[in-house]
Design a protein around this ligand. Structure first.
Ligand code: THU
Length: 143
């Protein structure tokens, strides 16, 4: 599925706004993520760090948890992610490995292969979740 230019712009703007809510006192690296669903809804998240560093949550994972809690079980058509030191966008960032798996869960439930927009200072790296996480393990493997 492709997304319109308007949806794409709204999704990128939402990720940017979400980044302002990052709680990242340890890394200083602020990340925002936004998920676009088939019905046009956008759900956002930002990274939430912890004094026990390894417990920190990435922006994409937070967004997926909020979406699941809101009852979303599929319908994920696009993801936007951006971040940088103190929120300065120096380069496009791609979702970490764990987030790719977390995103796959909600995508697989609805049988979609979301567009992933990795937002840089000028350029946008546009890819697909299946490219970032080929041959993924997911809910279908569990019957
Ligand atoms: N981070 C994300 O929020 N998403 C990613 O995909 C990569 C990394 C966060 C985790 C941590 O709070 C900070 O960025 C530095 O790794």
């Amino acid at each position: 599925m492709t997304i319109s230019g308007t949806s794409r712009d709204a999704l990128i703007a939402a990720a940017r706004t979400a980044m302002d809510s990052a709680y990242a006192p340890y890394s200083g690296f602020h990340v925002g993520a936004a998920l676009l669903f088939e019905d046009g809804a956008i759900i956002t998240g930002a990274n939430v760090e912890n004094a026990s560093y390894g417990l920190s949550l990435c922006a994409e994972t937070v967004a997926c948890a909020i979406a699941a809690h809101a009852g979303r079980r599929g319908g994920l058509v696009a993801v936007a992610v951006l971040g940088g030191p103190a929120g300065r966008i120096d380069s496009a960032i791609t979702p970490c490995g764990r987030c790719r798996q977390v995103l796959h869960e909600i995508a697989a439930l609805g049988g979609t292969d979301p567009v992933v927009l990795c937002i840089g200072p000028k350029e946008v790296l546009e890819t697909r979740l299946s490219v970032l996480l080929p041959d993924a393990f997911g809910p279908t493997q569990l019957g």
